[in-house]
Write a protein that binds this ligand. Structure first.
Ligand SMILES: Nc1ncnc2c1ncn2[C@@H]1O[C@H](COP(=O)(O)OP(=O)(O)OP(=O)(O)O)[C@@H](O)[C@H]1O
Length: 452
């Protein structure tokens, strides 16, 4: 969908921001550009919609040379989302979202109807449409920024650190939303971030740059983590890259075994001889907590206060979560539940660790990763709901396979003159210059799912 061929960008002050870049970005995928500050990510992104003109080389979008197209038209046809959302402060949310359709001459009624539809798409309530940007939280504003970029249904979205200014919780929510939307819409997305975790979570492919605008490696997240091209990439990925790799596989292929359970909503009487750790479940079968029977007087009665916390995981949860939980679990067992939260079995720490090692090995050798689909955990993994006790923790080894700012531009100017009136590359324009990033065309044009 997007093809860079021998592209170089040298700014008038002599800085080479991008050096001889040849890179292809697949249709319908998320390509994440990562690298340390000043390595040319934003410049690369902005050359796609000609907010920055390449010094040499060619860029094709959808088979067409961008330099052969009208710059303003090109910008309106490509979604663009920036860090500070770049909303117009004196325009309502609906009008902000409707900006590009209006510029494209859709007519007010149709443009607003589309804007209202998009509010819902990005998970905002309908009444948010009447508000002004300052009346929304930062995270909500970013959603509006995404909605605005999607307004004219562009095939390509450019996203420049769109979630950089929100707290980690909101950031994760926005990433989830983006992945959900991407499954629905299948856009070609180019996403800039300096956060490698974000890149691993979102990217189908990750392009890593180093200072001077050099592309060092472009690969899938698993390839990158398992086989970094050089020390620079390995350092950037960090000492925990082996663990990060585990975030890319799920628990689905990990064998389960039946759990020693006690079914009760009430304080429970621990039965002797059932092993040290028992999982107390509700009458419906939802895990409530671990019970250490050794800590009880013989045949003693346990109240909720004696239950140790359990954090059950589903098949879609990552191996990383499983490893983490297996370490945290007092029993060394991970409780597994189905989509309704009902216990299906437990997996032992050792089993999870082995699976993690296998996954790492296959990624490192480039072998196709074992499919981690739910099929591997057959329904037979379910513990018998009628059972109050079954295997004990000591059975763990058994192979239980049963188991930019709004001030940027005056909206009036926008509608009057259209984005085309803005120079593609304003003097001294940098990505922190709101006027450069949130100009009408900027707004006119600037959004993959994962396991937890
Ligand atoms: N308009 C400009 N004029 C001169 N130099 C520029 C201009 N825009 C960017 N640069 C320089 O080009 C290099 C690449 O900048 P760019 O913004 O593309 O990097 P980046 O990887 O996106 O950085 P960051 O992660 O800090 O946002 C930097 O050295 C920057 O100072």
């Amino acid at each position: 969908m997007i093809k860079f061929e021998a592209v170089t960008k040298r700014f008038p002050n002599g800085t080479t921001a991008v050096h001889d870049l040849t890179l292809e970005m697949a249709e319908g995928g998320i390509t994440v550009l990562v690298g340390s500050s000043g390595c040319g990510k934003t410049t690369t992104l902005r050359m796609i919609n000609r907010m920055v003109e390449p010094t040499s080389g060619t860029i094709h979008v959808g088979g067409k040379d961008v330099l052969a197209q009208d710059a303003a038209e090109l910008r309106r046809s490509i979604g663009y989302v920036i860090q500070q959302s770049g909303l117009f402060p004196h325009r309502t949310i609906l009008d902000n979202i409707a900006t590009v359709p209006l510029l494209l001459g859709w007519g007010r009624r149709r443009a607003r109807a589309r804007a209202a539809e998009l509010l819902e798409t990005v998970g905002l309530p309908a009444d948010a449409g009447k508000r002004y940007p300052h009346q929304l939280s930062g995270g909500q504003q970013q959603r509006v920024g995404v909605a605005r970029a999607l307004a004219a249904d562009p095939p390509v979205l450019l996203m420049d650190e769109p979630f950089g200014a929100v707290d980690p919780v909101v950031r994760t929510q926005l990433q989830d939303e983006l992945l959900r939307l991407q499954q629905e819409l299948g856009k070609t997305i180019v996403f800039v971030t300096h956060d490698i975790d974000e890149a691993v979570r979102l990217g189908d492919r990750i392009a890593m740059f180093r200072t001077g605008g050099h592309l060092v490696q472009c690969a899938t997240p698993a390839e990158l983590l398992a086989r970094p091209a050089d020390d620079f990439v390995a350092d950037f990925l960090g000492a925990e890259r082996g663990l990060k790799l585990l975030s890319l596989s799920t628990l689905a292929g990990v064998p389960q075994q039946r759990a020693a359970t006690l079914r009760s909503d009430e304080p429970v009487a621990a039965a002797a001889g059932d092993g040290r750790w028992q999982l107390v479940v509700s009458p419906k079968g939802e895990p409530r907590g671990w019970l250490d029977t050794d800590a009880l007087p013989a045949r003693g009665v346990a109240g909720d206060a004696q239950l140790l916390p359990v954090r059950p995981l589903r098949d879609v949860d990552s191996l990383l979560s499983a490893l983490n939980e297996s370490v945290a679990s007092p029993a060394g067992l991970v409780a597994r539940v189905d989509a309704d939260g009902v216990l299906t079995g437990v997996s032992a720490r050792e089993v999870i660790h082995d699976k993690a090692g296998e996954w790492h090995g296959s990624a490192a050798t480039g072998a196709a990763p074992a499919p981690a689909g739910p099929a591997e955990t057959a329904a037979s993994t379910k513990a018998d709901p009628a059972a109050t006790t079954a295997a004990t923790a000591s059975d763990a080894d058994s192979p239980a396979t049963e188991a930019d700012s709004p001030q940027a531009a005056d909206p009036a100017d926008l509608t009057a003159t259209g984005p085309a009136a803005q120079p593609a590359e304003p003097a001294a324009a940098t990505k922190t210059d709101p006027a450069a990033t949130a100009g009408p065309d900027a707004t006119a044009t600037p959004l993959k799912g994962g396991t937890s």
